[in-house]
Design a binder for this molecule. Sequence first.
Ligand code: CA
Length: 697
Amino acid sequence: MNTLNAYLTSFTTIVVEGGNLSDFFHNNLKIENGENKINIINTLIIDGHIQLELDKEISIKRETILYVFDTAISVNYIPLYDTSYFNKLFYTDETLGCIYNKEESTFRVWSPIAIQIELLLYKNGESQINEDIEVYPMSENNGLFSISINKDLEGYFYVYRVHLDKCINETIDPYATSCGINGLRGHILDLNKTNPVNWEKDLAPNLNNFTDAIIYEASIRDFTINPNSKVQNKGNYLGLTENGIPLSHIKDLGITHIQFMPMFDFSYISVDEKNIIKYNWGYDPQNYNIPEGIYSTNPYNPYCRIKELKFLIQSLHQNGLRINMDVVYNHMYSPTENSFQKIFPGYYFRFNKDGSFVNGSACDNDTASEHLMMRKFILDSVTYWAKEYHIDGFRFDLMGLHDVDTMNLVRETLNNLGKKIMLYGEGWYMNTTLLDTQKACLNNSYKMPHIGHFNDTLRDCVKGSVFEKMDGGFASGKPNMEDTIKSCVKGIFSTPDQSINYVSCHDNNTLWDKINLSSSNESLETKKDIQKLCNAIVFTCQGIPFMNSGVEFCRTKDGVENSFKSADNINWIDWDRKNEFKDVYDYYKRLIAFRKAHPALRMTSETDIRNNIEFLNDTPKNTVAFILKNHANGDSFENILIIYNANKYETEITLPQGIWHVVGNKSSIGEVSLLEVQTSIKLQPISMTIMRSDLNY
Ligand code: CA
C-alpha cells in the first residue's frame, strides 16, 4: 500500500491521500478516536482523494487512528484549524493571560485540544529552588480554560501544566507580562506599580503625518556599551536616559523616532540573563509581551526590566523623541520549546503536509498569522505595548510571512488607539504556505494602505546590491541608474507613507563598509562624498527616511556582514568616530534639518507628488534633477531644484530659466543663499545641489 496521509477537514470528515479506493471498503477500515469507535457512513472520491464521512464528531482532545487493514494512520488535525467549523466552535475574543486584581486574579488560557490545564503557583522565579507548589485545576468552556483565585497573588510566579492526549507540558503563559530570570515562569504583578512618576502624563511629541518621521535604528546594547559612551549604565535601558554623549547626540542630530532592535524577551539560549557572555541581537522571541532582561540592571527582579524600559520611554519622550519597536511575530526561538506549541501544538505555526514546520523564516518555524487566535495574539500584543509602554510605532520583522488581513487589522487596531502609531516592515516575498495574494509583501502593498515597506529598490540602486559585495550603485558611479533613482524620488508605492527609504540597516554591511568594498580604490574624501550622497538621496526622496545608527559618522563593523552574534567591539557604536568624521556628521545633521524645514520633501498623497514634481530632461549622464514646485505641501519655497551628481568630476548642467539660489551643496545645506546662478551651474563631483527660485514653472 502507498504511504497514506489522513487529515481532518471537518469534525466529521477525514480526507485520505495516496490511497486506492478498492482498499477503502468499510470492512477494511476502523477508526478509533481515543476510546471511541467512529463509523464511516459514506466514502467518496473528491479531487482525487478519498473522503470518509463519519457518523459522529471527532473529539480533537484525543488522537484519531485510522486503520486500513492493519496499517494504523494517525489523523492530522491541522487542516481543521483553517476551517470555519473550527473557528465557529472555538474562537474566543476573551481577554487572555493573567488579569490581576488585589482581591482576585483571573487566568485564562486557550487550548481546545487540552484535556486539562492546571495553574501552578510558585514563590520563586526559577526552577532550581525547591519549594511547595500550589496547583489549581482550571475549568474549561469550549477550549477556554480559566480560574479565578480570591487572594492577592502579587509577587507569585506561575506556569501552566497542560495535559494533552499523549504528553504533559509545563510552560509559561504566552500572554505573561512579567517573568522570572530567563523568562521561564510568568510573574504576577500590579502593573501600576511599574509606572515611573508622572507616567500618566507621558506623551509622545506630536506627529502630523507619517512622512514627517525620521527613523533611526539602534540596539539598546550597542548604543551605550562602548566605554567611550561614558554613560554609567552601559548597554542598558538606563544608558539612554542619562544626560550623556549618546542621548545628546541623537537630540542634536534631529531624528524623530528611535527604532529599537528586539527588546522583547528573547531566548535565554541566545543570551543567558544569568551570565551575559554571548552577544546576540535577539531575533529569537521567547516572551512577546515582556521586556528583555539583559538590558535591565537586575534581571532577577521582575519589576526591574519593566520599570527601566518605561523610564527609558518616558525620558526619550521628554527629550522630543518617539520610540518604535522591532517586533518578530513571524517565528519563535525554537519550533518546539515555546509556549504556543506546548499549549496547543499544531495551531500557532504553519506545517507542511508531512508534519514538518514551514520554514520561510529560515528560523525553522513560521507562525500562522492567518489562524484567528494567532492573529488575535498579534493584535493583543501590539495593543499591549502601545498602551502599557506608550510605544509609538512597530517595525514588523519579515512582514512578508504574515498575511495581508492580519496586517490591515493591526493598522486598524493601532488607528483606534487615538495616536499616530507607525506601522511598517520587511515586505519581502517569502516562501511560506500562504497564497501569494495573501502575503504581506511589496507586491501586495497596494492592499495595505498606510503600512510601510522597506524600499529595497532604492537601497540597492543607490549603493549597490546587498547580495553582491563588490557591487556599487548610483552614488558610487554605477551607470544607467537614473531612471530607477527617478522612480524612487516620486516614491514607488500608492501612498508616500508606504515607502521606508533607506540605504543601510542592521543587516548586511554598514554603508561605510559597503563603500569600502565597492569603491576600494577611491580616496577617503571620495568615499565620504559617496557616504554623503547616499543618504542625501534617502532624505530627499518622497517617503519616510530611515537610517542605521552610526551611519552619520561612517560606522564600521570591520566588514562583518552579519554581526548578529559578533562581539561588542564589532557591534558597538564607537563615539570617537564622531570627531573623525565630523564633516559627514554635520552634513547629515543639516540634511535632516532641511527635510524637517521643507514639507515639499514630505508630501502625503500620490496626487500631490504627481502635480508637484517635475524632472529636468536631457541632463548629463549619472545625474538626476527635479523641481519640487508650487510651494508643494505648503512649502515656504516656491520651487526647490534638487540635483544629484554621481560623476566623479565637475558636471555642468543647464538650468530652467530664472534666478536660482544655491542653498545646499557638498559642504553646507540651509535656508540662505550661498550663490546666485542663472542659465547653468557646475555641479561639484559626487554631490547633491539644492537650489531655490521664486518663479512659476
Ligand atoms: Ca531573555
